[in-house]
Design a binder for this molecule. Structure first.
Ligand code: SAM
Ligand code: SF4
Length: 423
């Protein structure tokens, strides 16, 4: 039996794409290899959002050069955001790679599969995993039209394209029949869902339709853009029982000058108003955000405004990245990357240490409380799962059945996880 190996880095969208490739290959009769060395087909799903990620991909590609030399019959494929519309320069740089396909460019993979003796890829059917998973990613909108000045994603993933709501409904129904209990709807700007469709459907409508699926326990969605977050959507999260009180709302910077240079389309005041409205409408909501530090020209004072926003808003989780100039983007073309790497790293570490203190305080308030956990599996001899607010919980006790909701009494907390005992 032929075997495949998939290596993935990057965002949830990449993980969802890799899952779809795996589903296709399993349906075609291949089995998963434990390492690249044992595989007949190696797929690298790449991320180039930051230089650091790109370097990892390049290292991985270089590490496969020798393998291809000793086993020329192995097929190596590269996908993800490293593959642009003209992969010729990649072919020249990595001649040992056999196949390049852009994210979602399934027709290229399918054509190659047929030449390799596999059935064609069926983009809809291959969304459903063969082995059941408690939590499944469901892309609902691909691409992005926003063109934030620092971001390479729109250049590599193309224009925003919402999936048809009936197709998404069928997809989630099938997942639930296969044992899935929680779906995470994905989009670069997930709250823009539907705007490009001829019918007047939005994310709130989609959530309401999914909420009616019997057997589905929880629904989440990521990532929301502040400019697209509507009152209707906020109310849907508050009203629909399966939709978790958890919103991922990247702010990126706390200074209005930097926000304008990033082309984010809102001010810190508008963001603050939105957070107020979300917190008034959805009691107990968990909020997460993304922040970039060291954007071109960011002064110490401007960076301090980002810290102020973190201190004031008290997010449950913050993903902090140091600015990394990306080719093709307007920031890389027009703005000088003028902060030294050590300065960017110092700002990143300062923001992280502040956020760790805040998250530790927020989680400490859960000590002694009972929280509802969806059991996902076991790790290091303990059951693990997540709360509705997306907090990771490790627990003991005999209530642990994968895919069930259990009540857990919290006995220990830290900035990144909770520990407890099942009731
Ligand atoms: N669509 C989401 C949004 O609007 O924020 C996020 C998508 S982006 C792929 C994921 C995160 O990577 C961003 O939130 C941003 O913080 C970070 N990121 C994107 N480009 C970056 C860059 N050039 N340098 C550093 N971080 C970057
Ligand atoms: Fe990138 Fe901005 Fe689109 Fe997010 S909204 S994917 S940061 S361009």
């Amino acid at each position: 039996m032929r075997r495949y190996y998939i290596w993935t880095i990057g965002c949830q969208m990449n993980k969802a794409d890799s899952q779809q490739v795996a589903n296709y290959l399993e349906r075609a009769g291949l089995s998963e290899a434990r390492s690249a060395g044992e595989a007949d087909l190696i797929v690298l799903n790449s991320c180039v959002v930051r230089e650091h990620a790109e370097t990892k991909v390049v290292n991985k590609l270089n590490s496969l050069r020798g393998l291809k030399k000793s086993r020329p019959e192995v097929t190596i494929a590269l996908t993800g955001c490293m593959v642009g519309s003209q992969p010729d320069h990649l072919k020249g740089r990595f001649p040992w790679v056999d196949l390049f396909f852009r994210p979602q460019q399934w027709e290229v993979l399918s054509k190659w599969g047929e030449a390799w003796g596999l059935p064609g890829m069926d983009a809809e059917e291959d969304l459903i995993p063969h082995t059941p998973c408690v939590t499944a990613y469901v892309p609902v909108i691909h691409g992005c039209d926003s063109f934030c000045s620092y971001c390479i994603v729109p250049y590599r993933r193309g224009r925003a394209r919402s999936r048809n709501p009936d197709e998404i409904l069928r997809h989630v129904q099938e997942l639930v029949q296969h044992g899935t209990k929680e779906v995470i709807l994905l989009g670069q700007i997930v709250d823009a869902y539907g705007q490009d469709l001829p019918s007047e459907v939005d994310l709130a409508d989609l959530l309401a339709a999914l909420n009616r699926i019997e057997g589905l326990l929880r629904i989440r969605f990521l990532t929301s853009h502040p400019s697209y977050m509507s009152r209707r959507l906020i109310s849907a999260v508050a009203d629909l029982d399966k939709v978790c009180e958890h919103i991922s709302l990247p702010i990126q910077a706390g200074d209005n000058g930097i926000l304008a240079a990033m082309k984010r389309g809102y001010t810190r005041e508008q963001y603050g108003e939105l957070v107020k409205e979300i917190r008034c409408t959805i009691p107990g909501v968990a909020l997460s955000t993304d922040v970039i530090v060291g954007f071109p020209g960011e002064t110490n004072e401007q960076f301090t405004r980002t810290l102020e926003v973190l201190e004031r808003t008290r997010f449950d989780k913050v993903h902090i990245a140091a600015y990394s100039p990306r080719p093709e983007t307007t920031a890389a073309r027009n703005l000088k990357d003028d902060l030294r790497p050590e300065e960017k790293e110092a700002r990143r570490a300062q923001a992280e240490s502040l956020q760790n203190r805040i998250a530790a305080q927020i989680n400490a308030a859960l000590l002694g409380q009972t929280v509802e956990v969806l059991v996902e599996g076991q790790q290091k001899g303990k059951w693990c799962g997540r709360t509705r607010g997306d907090k990771l919980v490790f627990f003991t006790g005999n209530a642990g059945v994968i895919g069930r909701l259990v009540n857990v009494r919290i006995e220990k907390t830290s900035a990144h996880a909770l520990q407890g005992v099942a009731d």
